[in-house]
Design a protein. Structure first.
Length: 366
């Protein structure tokens, strides 16, 4: 009879404290965590053999009980504008996508937090795929680990990925613990050393989790708003029926309260004839008055079966002008990677849907 081998612990998704506890359980000193963190995240180690500053005996023990396992790259796509997209297999049935956007002076990696998304926003291609499961912390940070390897990062050289945004597939705050663990690694000096201003978590408005987030993380916050009133946002972002705009904005104020340099980025996709009138811009400005914030206007990126059209450039510019005239810092986002379906709202991956679309499948995150 063949013995069943115990499943090994994946160290890729363990933040520093968890890794310290892991080594203590092995009978080792906690400082081993710092050594292994650097090997995994700064040097991209795929196994324990190269870790020559730890004993051969410990390396052998780690080979028996632990592993370093990231998602598997299925496909790679390159856009004409330099944007790159990867399809990553996370299990036999499901894959997610991540995107790298190079710009002058910065490189932004957009990572996924769930397989699909349960929030069913009507303008988002990801929502059409349904929802299967949360990603583990290893599957989330594994995207950054893989992207650094794919882009040829030199641990002693210039940083290629300067910013990470959790704006890919899924609602990050519905996968709270794994997302926070991954962000801890992103900002840990022994791992990736990104500043809190360069790690951004995006939410459609899971208010209880947003209030909890302030207590455990100081990452930058982006909120997918997309409408200046509840009636319209109920249609575009169904979670608004559970946590309406006034409640969401109170949570946003609480998140930035007492932090002089912390603000909120409000994402607003521009849908022609739906949310792009000058009156709606004026209402949006009144809504955001007093909140340290900026607004990102996102030209709608079409996908097969979508019922919306992008607002014309002149309409977007006028909407931006109305906001700017009222003191709202406003940026019109330039669409990137559209030719490889890598633009905002276009990520789809491969999802074995487990949801039922006749209900709003919102789960509490805390």
């Amino acid at each position: 009879m063949t013995a069943v081998r115990e499943e090994r612990t994946n160290l890729l998704g363990m933040p520093r404290r968890a890794l310290e506890s892991f080594f203590v359980e092995l009978g080792e000193k906690p400082f081993r965590a710092a050594q292994v963190l650097k090997w995994i995240h700064q040097f991209g180690a795929t196994d324990f053999a190269p870790m020559t500053n730890i004993s051969k005996a410990l390396r052998g023990r780690l080979q028996e009980v632990a592993e370093i396992r990231a998602p598997e790259i299925v496909t790679r796509q390159h856009s004409r504008d330099g944007t790159r997209k990867w399809l990553l297999r996370v299990d036999g049935d499901n894959s997610v996508e991540m995107v790298f956007i190079p710009e002058k002076g910065r490189g932004t990696l957009c990572v996924s937090s769930q397989v699909g998304c349960a929030l069913d926003c009507s303008f988002c291609s990801t929502a059409r795929q349904g929802f299967n499961r949360n990603l583990s912390a290893a599957e989330i940070i594994g995207q950054l680990w893989l992207a650094n390897r794919e882009l040829g990062r030199d641990p002693g050289g210039e940083r290629i990925i300067s910013n990470v945004v959790l704006m890919g597939m899924g609602e990050p705050l519905l996968n709270f613990d794994a997302v926070v663990a991954a962000m801890d690694l992103m900002m840990d000096d022994l791992a990736y050393g990104l500043s809190k201003r360069r790690v951004t978590i995006s939410t459609a408005g899971v208010v209880p989790a947003l209030l909890r987030l302030r207590e455990v993380s100081d990452a930058s916050l982006a909120v997918s708003l997309h409408a200046p009133d509840d009636a319209l946002r109920d249609r575009l972002v169904p979670i608004n029926r559970k946590y309406p705009i006034a409640e969401l904005l109170r949570a946003c104020r609480a998140y930035v309260s007492g932090e002089t340099k912390r603000g909120v980025t409000f994402e607003y996709v521009m849908l022609h004839g739906v949310n792009d009138s000058e009156e709606q811009a004026r209402r949006l400005a009144r809504l955001l008055n007093g909140i340290p914030s900026k607004v990102n206007l996102i030209p709608f990126n079409p996908f097969p079966g979508s019922r919306y059209a992008c607002s014309p450039p002149e309409v977007i510019e006028r909407f931006a002008s109305v906001l700017q005239e009222r003191g709202i810092v406003t940026i019109v986002r330039r669409t990137r990677g559209e030719d490889i379906d890598a633009a905002c709202g276009q990520l789809v991956g491969r999802v074995r849907d487990r949801t039922r679309r006749n209900v709003i499948p919102v789960r509490e995150a805390c």
